[in-house]
Ligand binder design. Sequence first.
Ligand code: MEV
Length: 313
Amino acid sequence: ANYGQGESSGKIILMGEHAVVYGEPAIAFPFYATKVTAFLEELDAMDDQLVSSYYSGNLAEAPHTLKNIKKLFIHLKKEHDIHKNLQLTIESTIPAERGMGSSAAVATAVTRAFYDYLALPLSREILLEKVQLSEKIAHGNPSGIDAAATSSLQPIYFIKGHPFDYFSLNIDAFLIVADTGIKGQTREAVKDVAHLFERQPHETGQMIQKLGYFTKQAKQAIIENSPEMLAQTMDESQSLLEKLTISNDFLDLLIQTAKDTGALGAKLTGGGRGGCMIALAQTKTKAQEISQALEDAGAAETWIQGLGVHTYV
Ligand code: MEV
């Protein structure tokens, strides 16, 4: 065919962000409420073209912030000996730079579009390898969790460098996701934790280990269907992430607002320093109330996701 199409969803990290870079486990799931589509077509033009809400024009002249996509595009064309000029159209409902894995999701959708265009089967290994190539440019030292979670159809229990483990994230509770509207700074945040580690290896190492411990506890809470226990591990993680300087004032305010409105637990999700926060509620009505309170407090957008077979929405 002379065109190809690929899709991917965003992702939410329930537990374990940052610590996952150091080999601790994390729990994440594809977030179907947000989606990116990549469409590739042959073009009768002199150059490759990119069409997106962020930038439209000659791909070679795309701004620096899109260099991960540019690099992936060039890599795929070269690897598969594609000489035709192409137009890549990207449509996304994943807010960019908010800890929802938008860069990994775009890379997943673009890789899928290329393989669809080439009519080649795409294995999970090759997909992850391509997305990781793009993520290294976007994030510097990615654990691979965004690549794994955005391209997955199911929740995962992820440990860096390990084959990943699908996980039944099935608990009778509702998750509220709120976007601060502030661009997160994953790359800087990951770098700052690394600096903290260099300066205070003992304390930082302990905090990271504790984050890993709470992720393991969270897994146990999910297996036991205990929303209260899961919530507690979320609160404990948030206070550690604050100590690691990953939170910020607005995230703290939204987390407090959620707790004041009756959330069982709340924390930031993803890279931090902006981006999104998540809160856990026992019922859908409570989740709606919390979601409203978060919007009243200034959240740019909120979503509600049921986590159990009985609560899935
Ligand atoms: C970003 O979504 C998650 C971080 O743990 C970075 C990474 O794992 O690559 C902050």
